[in-house]
Design a protein around this ligand. Structure first.
Ligand SMILES: NC(=O)c1ccc[n+]([C@@H]2O[C@H](COP(=O)([O-])OP(=O)(O)OC[C@H]3O[C@@H](n4cnc5c(N)ncnc54)[C@H](OP(=O)(O)O)[C@@H]3O)[C@@H](O)[C@H]2O)c1
Length: 261
């Protein structure tokens, strides 16, 4: 990786939603390491977000953090406008904020549906709307789907379908944004070692296997690489889609799942 001054994102400005922890934090760090000024949005973990901003600044980067719950599009708009007013432009949106959900059909409530789709789907659409308003030709938008969008898992209907909608979103928005020279793609991560995975990974196992097979063994049976990803490995995919190297890629979802089968 080149230094902060000479990297692929030198002189560019990125907004990362869900940047306080996990994949989003790794994306923010990667973009900053390659020269971007980064505005990090978070929902509740201000200390983590501030610590990341301090670490990026200590490495010579430019960063800020702002509370911005993507469930409220006006907060997302405020984050994006703050990035533009502080850093002067907007080149990259990495939309990483997301929440998990497991629940059997009979237990899903309308409130569950609204919460899961509001953050994972609606939140990403309005992040695109507000970011695109500030982008020029060459703008890059990267949303977050999941391997779950294309794999059947017990009791995962809400989360998986909210993420599947994101894949259709990038496909359809690519047409209108492409006319302005802006690309939009998604990353579909597989299991990645974050707080979300620590809290939910066992849910991916078939219920009849949960008690008899440790998660690590299950992962080694169902993944070509046999392990969870590190957030930094997934962040490399966001950085690729956000870079000029991906200038002819739009409307697509890049699966980074370690060969999950
Ligand atoms: N980890 C995996 O195995 C995996 C696999 C496939 C897809 N994904 C997707 O990858 C993305 C990142 O996941 P992760 O594993 O890094 O999750 P995580 O460790 O749980 O971190 C979630 C991040 O999203 C933020 N966030 C949650 N709800 C938000 C809201 N309403 N508004 C703004 N920010 C919000 C959190 O902010 P706070 O810190 O302030 O709470 C945090 O920064 C998500 O979209 C997730 O669905 C993850």
């Amino acid at each position: 990786m080149a230094g902060v001054d000479g990297g692929r994102f030198a002189g560019k400005v990125a907004v990362v939603t869900g940047g306080s922890r996990g994949i989003g934090a790794a994306v923010a760090a990667r973009l900053a390491a390659e020269g971007a000024a980064v505005a990090i949005g978070y929902r509740s973990k201000q200390q983590e977000a501030d610590a990341l901003v301090a670490a990026l600044a200590a490495d010579g980067g430019r960063a800020l953090a702002l509370r911005a719950d993507v469930a409220d599009p006006e907060q997302t708009r405020a984050l994006i406008e703050r990035a533009v007013s502080e850093f002067g432009r907007l080149d990259v949106l990495a939309s990483c904020a997301g929440i998990e959900h497991f629940g059997a059909l009979e237990d899903i409530t309308p409130a569950d549906f609204d919460r899961v789709f509001t953050v994972n789907t609606r939140g990403q659409l309005f992040a695109v709307q507000h970011a695109a308003a500030h982008m020029r030709e060459g703008g890059r938008i990267v949303l977050t789907s999941s391997v779950s969008a294309s794999r059947a898992v017990f009791h995962h209907t809400l989360y998986a379908s909210a993420k599947a909608a994101v894949e259709s979103m990038v496909l359809n928005l690519s047409a209108e944004l492409g006319r302005r020279g802006i690309t939009i793609n998604a990353i579909a991560p597989g299991g990645t070692a974050t707080d979300m995975a620590a809290e939910n990974a066992a849910g991916y196992q078939h219920p009849q296997l949960r008690d008899s097979m440790p998660l690590s063994q299950w992962l080694s049976v169902h993944g070509a690489l046999g392990r969870l990803a590190q957030p930094e490995e997934i962040a490399a995919g966001y950085a690729f889609l956000a870079s000029d190297d991906a200038s002819y890629m739009t409307g697509r979802t890049l699966r980074m799942d370690g060969g999950f089968f």
